[in-house]
Design a protein around this ligand. Structure first.
Ligand code: AMP
Length: 269
């Protein structure tokens, strides 16, 4: 595995690859990331993983500072998997060359996390434009765990950059908690709680019919908040093709964001 630290390294290493798979990450790798990487290794001639904790997508300084970092362990995982390249840029590598980009997300897309995390997706889209321009991948592998991110990247990342996005299923632990680097910030007790919340929403979704949806969702939100003593930012049913609120369970998902002891968790079912 080649470690690439700057743009010269990138240009040299990636020249002449006709089917390059790319997995952008913020590190602290877990089985969720690994599933994306394995898919790329299977489908692509070469695979590159980036590890970059992008400062511009954090709307909260403390969250950025506390974001888990495990570079040594990550590199070991990537080497064992047989990844061809790991790209470890610093902030200067990514943000020096181009002045701040203006990303305009439509008002109708400012829902869910885009409503509650001001500037978050603008930062994500900006860094993705920059990474894609540098790496020029053919396929990008991304997780449905961050469904809205996937949706907005498909919609807003510069379409002139030719690539395909491959969406990958959410990987969960044995208690059905979606794996996330942020889970490292949770105590065991809190992880168990997150598992109960996930299980509860999975069976709730299964039972839903096209009747009283709004009422049932509100009731569920109150119930979860009370039973688990959590602060729920949103619990909404939305159509997966346009992320509009819906009263039809066909092509829909339940989206949730909540705080467990100051750690913000998101999921969809
Ligand atoms: P992150 O390092 O959190 O920025 O995530 C990097 C990529 O891994 C994103 O495309 C995420 O959607 C994906 N990912 C994170 N957690 C999971 C998971 N539990 N299952 C599948 N993909 C995931």
């Amino acid at each position: 595995m080649k470690t690439l630290l700057n743009n010269n390294d990138l240009n040299e290493a990636l020249n002449d690859i006709s089917n390059l798979g790319f997995i952008p990450t913020m590190g602290s790798l877990h089985r969720g990331h690994i599933s994306l990487i394995k898919k790329s290794l299977k489908e692509c001639e070469k695979t590159i993983v980036s590890i970059f904790i992008n400062p511009t997508q954090f709307n909260n300084k403390k969250d950025y500072k506390n974001y888990p970092k495990n570079n040594k362990k990550d590199l070991l995982i990537l080497r064992r998997l047989g990844v061809d390249f790991v790209y470890l840029p610093n902030k200067r590598q990514i943000y020096n060359s181009k002045k701040k980009s203006k990303i305009n997300i439509n008002k109708k897309d400012k829902v869910l996390c885009a409503k509650y995390r001001m500037g978050h997706f603008e930062g994500v889209i900006d860094v993705m434009n920059r990474l894609i321009r540098l790496i020029k991948p053919n396929k990008i592998f991304m997780g449905e765990k961050d469904f809205q991110q996937l949706y907005l990247i498909r919609k807003y990342v510069n379409q002139k950059l030719k690539f395909r996005i491959i969406s990958c299923k959410t990987i969960r632990d044995k208690n059905k908690v979606a794996l996330s680097s942020r889970n490292l910030l949770l105590k065991k007790k809190e992880l168990i709680k997150a598992g109960k919340i996930a299980n509860s929403l999975i069976s709730f979704k299964k039972k839903l019919k096209n009747k009283n949806l709004k009422y049932l969702l509100n009731k569920k939100k109150d119930k979860l908040a009370n039973i688990y003593n959590i602060d729920i930012e949103y619990l909404e049913l939305r159509n997966i093709t346009n992320l509009k609120k819906t009263n039809n369970i066909k092509n829909s998902k339940i989206f949730i964001a909540y705080y467990l002891n100051n750690v913000r968790l998101i999921d969809n079912f």
